[in-house]
Structure formats: C-alpha cells, structure tokens
Design a protein around this ligand. Sequence first.
Ligand code: GDP
Ligand code: MG
Length: 163
Amino acid sequence: AAPLFAICGRPNVGKSTIFNRLTGTRRSIVGDEPGITRDRIYGEVEFDGRLLRIVDTGGVVPDDEALIPSEIFRQARIALEEAEAIVQVVDGRAELTQPDIELARILLKSGKPIFLAVNKMDTEKISTDAENFRQLGFKQVFPVSGEHGLGMGDLLEAVSAAL
Ligand code: GDP
Ligand code: MG
C-alpha cells in the first residue's frame, strides 16, 4: 500500500481544509460546527508522480470542551500507530494553547518524522509570523493556507521525502 501520513491538531485549526486541498476532494467536511465530520477520513494525494495516503483525524469533537484535549491525544496515538509521518497543524492566527504544546511534545518524542504546518497564513506578509511557532521544538516550520492553497508544495515535498 502507498505510505500513509496523518494530519493532527486541535479542532478548528484547519486540518480538514488542508486535507481537502491536498486530496482535491470534498471527502472531509469543513466547518465551524463541532462534530460534523466523522472520526477519521482517508484520502489519496499524488506528489511528484508518487501516490501517498493521507488521514484527516479528529473529525468528532466532544461536546464537553474539557474532553477535547484527551480526544486530540487519543487521535495522535492512533496516528502514531498507523501513519509513517505526521503533520501537526496549528492556527497561525491564534495563540498557542496548552494542547498544541502537549501534542507537539507527544509527537516529537515518537521519533517519527513530524512536520509543523502553521495554517491560516493567507498573505505573504504575515507568513513570517510562522517563526513564532518554532518554540514548539520543530526544526522546520511550514506556513500554509489551506483555504488559499499556499505552501502546500513545500509541505508535501518534505513529507514525501520522509516517507
Ligand atoms: P479542523 O477542525 O481542524 O478540521 O478545521 P476546518 O478545516 O474544519 O476549518 C476550521 C475553520 O477554519 C473553518 O471555518 C475554515 O474555513 C477555516 N480555515 C481553514 N483553513 C484556513 C485558512 O487557510 N485560512 C483561513 N483564514 N481560514 C481557514
Ligand atoms: Mg475537521
């Protein structure tokens, strides 16, 4: 089977938007409403003549906000089991939260190739803000805009090279 990479992160950072952008499908539902997508959705993406599989995680968001972090970490554990590489997505327009920091820690200590996508960087001007997210401990930070399709090539190139 084609190698699999997972998209992880807290709700509303734009995981499904990036998934849809990369797969060119509407297979993952996007929206502000919690709980509108299924648990995990699989798709395919071609990069440089190579087929990769991708899984969008965290589609089901608990109604009780207090349960959201444990659901994020549960999804991350599944992702670490099944995927060969992981892209953690954060919201570049919001402050880092404790779950973002804890998720990065869990993923990075796995030893698998882990990439940070700082999403919602819709204009060239603010893409330098992505540097602020280096504190999470990633060597390389990928500013992206799932909505506008920016930064997707660089991100995919790095992921593909690790698979
Ligand atoms: P998920 O919960 O992480 O899967 O996030 P979604 O993909 O459902 O997106 C959550 C919200 O963020 C939606 O309102 C999206 O339209 C919005 N969003 C996603 N990507 C971007 C982006 O690149 N720029 C901006 N401005 N908004 C985005
Ligand atoms: Mg989603």
